[in-house]
Design a protein around this ligand. Structure first.
Ligand code: GTP
Ligand code: MG
Length: 203
């Protein structure tokens, strides 16, 4: 395998490189993180892994342009994917995104769960809906996390979560309020991730 292996926190966390083409087979279950540019995918990965040093976080949308892979505790892999919906990205880059991400998400038997991130402060977005329906058609198990929950009051967050669930047709279990800032939703997410890699979810 040509992939780099760079230890970030000993054997607990290993960076497996930035992939601009289909990543090689890894032999471990994979969890992918998708969502609009700047929604907080890289931050969520870092929070779940308990480090600020894994995925690169930025205020500039479109920061993550490749599939970045992280091996966790020698038992699963997180895939940090480039965001979608950033208007300033040229068409050629958008097309590239579609072939890279579409190819990865649709054809990967090791992919056990796709985590679709949405911003809890925004009304459900058409692009997220398209992504969710496309994943369903491709029979890829998915969950939704509504992130940046720290920016809303408890009541507003609950109302927004309910809206997200209803609009995307997601069960309560598979829709989690999350915050990379204060760690809300981290335990619930790990439970789902562990279930995905051990038992598996129906697609
Ligand atoms: P791309 O790679 O460009 O698609 O972005 P991304 O989805 O990986 O977003 P990233 O994690 O880089 O975060 C974007 C910005 O949102 C950064 O300024 C983060 O600090 C901020 N952010 C991410 N998650 C949270 C959160 O839960 N709460 C708050 N308050 N800010 C967050
Ligand atoms: Mg990112």
């Amino acid at each position: 395998m040509a992939t780099v292996r760079k230890e970030i926190a000993g054997k607990r966390l290993v960076f497996l490189g930035s992939h601009y083409d289909a990543p090689p087979k890894l032999g471990l279950p994979e969890i992918a993180f998708v969502g609009r540019s700047n929604v907080g995918k890289s931050s969520a990965i870092n929070r779940l892994l308990g480090t600020s040093r894994a995925a690169r976080v930025s205020k500039t949308p479109g920061r993550t342009q490749a599939i970045n892979l992280f091996e966790v505790e020698e038992r699963l892999v997180f895939a940090d994917l480039p965001g979608y919906g950033f208007a300033k990205v040229p068409d050629s880059v958008k097309q590239n995104w579609h072939s890279l991400i579409g190819g990865y998400l649709a054809g990967r038997t090791s992919l056990k769960l796709v985590v679709v991130l949405v911003d809890i402060r925004r009304d459900p977005q058409e692009l997220d809906s398209e992504m969710i329906w496309w994943l369903r058609e491709e029979r890829v198990p998915l969950m939704v996390i509504a992130t940046k929950q720290d920016k809303l009051s408890r009541n507003k967050a609950a109302a927004s979560l309910a809206k997200v669930r209803k609009s995307f047709g997601i069960s309560k279990k598979m829709c989690v309020g999350f915050s990379s800032l204060n760690g809300a939703g981290v335990d619930a997410m790990w439970e789902l991730i562990n279930e995905a890699v051990t038992v598996g979810f129906d697609s």
